[in-house]
Design a protein around this ligand. Structure first.
Ligand SMILES: [Mg+2]
Length: 228
């Protein structure tokens, strides 16, 4: 039997939102400074447009910030570029680098499912050399679906042992719909924005992680109880 997959969300799960922290956020602050206004004044119309797209079913458009900036302000937002390893490694969540290294000793394959676009996430994954760590990386623009649609798991041939993410209404719901084990990474209180209106009335993860130090043991346990 092929090695099962462990899939991970990126933002808030493996990394502290590098596209926002290193690219979109600084760009908005520069634009706001030029205009002499608070950055939130520039950000709120962009967030509203993103939410409007999400609610209308334009899932990849909801994460296409360059297009949102162009639509709302008629400005060109540059594409992000690769950054030095130290810069991006500083944005990994505690224990992530150790945990990924520990998982390489186990009979599993690693994948990523992000609702972000490849153009926005790829440079940071490349900067971490994570293209060599994760065998399959699913982005919204590659699949034209996004979490919580369970179709995001179709890119992974073979069984998915579990999906790890920080959002109930993206990660846990997608995993439950795909009938795989849902692991909620909950370093802080989870939010409920962008929930799916056809969500079940009760939704709970199978496991809650407060840090990654015990995660390889959890995977060992899941592997022991998974029919081979
Ligand atoms: Mg996330």
């Amino acid at each position: 039997m092929s090695k099962p997959w462990i899939t991970f969300d990126i933002d808030g799960t493996l990394l502290h939102n590098p596209y926002w922290r290193l690219h979109l956020g600084p760009w908005i602050r520069i634009q706001a400074r030029r205009r002499g206004i608070d950055w939130l004044q520039l950000w709120h119309p962009l967030a509203l447009e993103g939410n409007r797209r999400w609610k209308s079913g334009d899932w990849s458009g909801a994460y296409n910030w360059a297009d949102i900036v162009k639509t709302v302000y008629g400005l060109r937002l540059p594409q992000p570029q690769t950054v030095p390893w130290d810069t991006i490694a500083a944005l990994t969540l505690p224990g992530v680098l150790w945990m990924l290294s520990a998982l390489t000793a186990l009979p599993v394959r690693l994948g990523i499912i992000t609702n972000g676009l490849w153009s926005n996430q790829g440079p940071y994954l490349k900067s971490l050399y994570w293209e060599n760590v994760f065998e399959t990386i699913v982005t919204t623009d590659a699949q034209w679906v996004c979490k919580p649609n369970p179709s995001v798991f179709l890119a992974f041939p073979g069984p998915v042992l579990c999906h790890v993410g920080d959002r109930m209404f993206h990660d846990v719901l997608a995993a439950k719909r795909a009938r795989t084990t849902a692991v909620l990474y909950q370093a802080k209180q989870t939010d409920e924005d962008r929930y799916d209106p056809i969500s079940p009335s009760r939704l709970a993860p199978d496991y809650i992680l407060h840090d990654y130090w015990s995660f390889p043991d959890l995977i060992q346990n899941l592997l022991c109880h998974t029919p081979q």
